[in-house]
Design a protein around this ligand. Structure first.
Ligand SMILES: [Zn+2]
Length: 137
């Protein structure tokens, strides 16, 4: 079984062919479009239509293209959360930055966090939370 990415709300599958497909809207703006993310963790190549480009340093709200729920984390400011199911059918939370140009990914399951990307230090503090408090996040 291949790795799959799911919406954290409706659990609809977000990856089609070789991309994770999300809808994005510029924060405090009206520009919106589809964005294709590379499903390989640590690969920050994105694809979008020429009329909709993610701007460096701008924050975006990401939505599930299936149920339209907002995927930005309510607790981890500036991060976006989706679910990942790996080859062993294990479920992880995958966080990435909603700010254009920031390269960081956190793959979390229980107390284990795998960090990737040159900007991973930026939100390190979010993941130093004691396990018993995690359920509130
Ligand atoms: Zn959804």
């Amino acid at each position: 079984m291949a790795v799959e990415y799911l919406c954290k709300v409706c659990r609809g599958v977000l990856n089609v062919k070789t991309s994770i497909i999300l809808s994005a809207t510029k924060l405090n703006g009206s520009k919106r479009g589809l964005i294709y993310l590379n499903p390989e963790l640590g690969n920050y190549t994105t694809t979008s239509h020429p009329t909709f480009k993610i701007e460096e340093g701008e924050e975006y709200v990401y939505n599930c293209p299936i149920c339209h729920s907002q995927l930005n984390s309510l607790k981890y400011n500036h991060l976006v959360r989706i679910l990942m199911i790996d080859n062993d059918n294990k479920e992880y939370s995958v966080y990435f930055s909603g700010i254009g140009g920031e390269k960081c990914t956190y793959k979390m399951r229980g107390t284990k966090v795998e960090k990737k990307g040159p900007d991973a230090m930026k939100y390190d503090r979010y993941f130093e939370v004691p396990e018993e408090d995690r359920k509130y996040l």
